[in-house]
Ligand binder design. Structure first.
Ligand SMILES: Cc1cc2nc3c(=O)[nH]c(=O)nc-3n(C[C@H](O)[C@H](O)[C@H](O)COP(=O)(O)OP(=O)(O)OC[C@H]3O[C@@H](n4cnc5c(N)ncnc54)[C@H](O)[C@@H]3O)c2cc1C
Length: 314
């Protein structure tokens, strides 16, 4: 984050203020900067995948560290004149005034919110400490790295049995820890048919030695050796800025957008994990680029409408 600077109030409004400088926000800023728009990116510096040492599944960037990707991204957007501002946006006023914690405010014609989501983890000792290392959630991100290893699935979510069947493709040695789940006979049959074993009983803690996961300890004291466990976190969007502006949400509480990321509030876009819990880094980046082009056209439409109004008045 040393390449970011502190916000200074601006007289001229930005064409677009991007709130959240992860893959989604920086990709949007890159496209807008190259479109010669006046852009600021405000970022609080806590991308979701920060605990992971490596990022996978991004063509041409597979295995790069998440921090390195963003560092390269920031350098690229800065090269096109985008202002990078370190800070947290507290509130966005309609119109728009983007207020940062501590006082400064940026005026903007359009806002693009790419503030990501937070993963709420089960309160099992060891899970938070090992998150993104050997406690994983997404096999598409990190399954290949633990292929053919002894893997556990923590039964903390009703979808855990399905998750176990999904992860089964990466390893023949899968144990589903039922923990607090009440597995049906059908589920147990299906798991057995696919070679997934079930360890019943409440999970007491993850056993970690020499900075590596060694196993899963059950309440009765038995330890099942595992080198990685998968868990389904509860994903909560960081969407307070959007709901504060009145953006509509769907029945599940997620802010709705059109294909370009446009929300129900004119001039406001939402891209990446804040509006799409399934977005990977590459898809979040793609959504940012799509939204940037839509926002650029929206600004052009406004300029053209004002221009024809001016000519009619003359
Ligand atoms: C442990 C882990 C490993 C992962 N590994 C992979 C992987 O290998 N490959 C892959 O494709 N995906 C992976 N993911 C998913 C990946 O993290 C997301 O797809 C990606 O981060 C989404 O990008 P984003 O820009 O939407 O959000 P983020 O990357 O989370 O960026 C959001 C940014 O907004 C900032 N922010 C939030 N609120 C504010 C505010 N109010 N004001 C200013 N800034 C704010 C945050 O600090 C953050 O910097 C992983 C996820 C986790 C949890």
């Amino acid at each position: 984050m040393s390449d970011m600077k502190t916000a200074a109030p601006s007289r001229e409004p930005y064409d677009v203020v991007v709130v959240g400088g992860g893959a989604a926000g920086l990709s949007a800023a890159l496209v807008l900067g190259r479109a010669r728009r006046r852009v600021a990116v405000v970022d609080a510096g806590a991308p979701r995948n920060a605990p992971a040492a490596h990022m996978h599944g991004f063509l041409s960037r597979d295995g790069m560290s998440p921090a390195a990707l963003l560092e390269v991204g920031r350098a690229e957007v800065a090269g096109y004149g985008v202002d990078l501002v370190e800070g947290r946006v507290d509130h966005i006023e309609p119109g728009f005034l983007v207020r940062l914690a501590g006082g400064p405010a940026l005026r903007a014609r359009r806002v693009l919110v790419s503030t990501g989501l937070r993963d709420e983890l089960p309160a099992i000792p060891g899970v938070r400490e090992r998150w993104g290392r050997d406690v994983l959630h997404c096999p598409y991100c990190h399954g290949y790295e633990v292929r053919d290893e002894p893997i556990g699935i923590l039964g903390t979510d009703p979808m855990a049995a399905r998750h176990a069947l999904l992860v089964r493709k990466w390893s023949a040695d899968i144990v589903l820890f039922s923990h607090t789940l009440d597995l049906s006979d059908d589920e147990r049959e299906r798991l057995a048919a696919h070679g997934v074993r079930v360890a019943d009983g409440v999970v007491k803690r993850l056993v970690v030695e020499d900075d590596r996961l060694r196993g899963v300890e059950l309440a009765g004291g038995a330890v099942v050796p595992r080198v990685a466990v998968f868990v389904l976190p509860r994903m909560v969007p960081n969407d307070g800025l959007l709901t504060g502006l009145g953006c509509e949400r769907d029945a599940n509480g997620w802010v709705t957008t059109d294909d370009s990321g446009r929300t129900s509030v004119p001039g406001v876009w939402a891209v990446g994990n804040v509006a799409d819990q399934r977005a990977q880094v590459i898809t979040a980046a793609a959504r940012g680029a799509t939204a940037a082009i839509a926002a650029d056209h929206d600004l052009l439409d406004e300029d053209l409408a004002r221009d024809s109004g001016d000519r009619r008045a003359a």
